[in-house]
Design a protein around this ligand. Structure first.
Ligand SMILES: [Zn+2]
Length: 75
């Protein structure tokens, strides 16, 4: 199990997502992002567990997922 820390409080593996366009890794994490000072929620993003590539932020999980898929198709 991933350990909990302040920058990634929610992790979920998306093995059905497109593989990372940079390294081909299929183990991706859905992460919540918060402002460092105000601690306001500012979106979800998908991050590659191997090379750290990330999608744009979306306010919903589905949005982050779509951004990742879109990014993959653009590469
Ligand atoms: Zn990667």
């Amino acid at each position: 199990m991933p350990t909990e820390d302040k920058s990634s409080v929610f992790w979920e593996t998306h093995t059905d997502a497109e593989p990372c366009p940079f390294c081909g890794n299929r183990e991706l994490y859905l992460t919540e992002d918060y402002e460092p000072f105000t601690n306001d929620f500012c979106g979800f993003f998908i991050e590659c567990s191997a090379c750290g590539a990330s999608s744009g932020r979306g306010m919903k999980e589905e949005s982050a997922y779509m951004l990742w898929q879109t990014r993959t198709s653009e590469v």
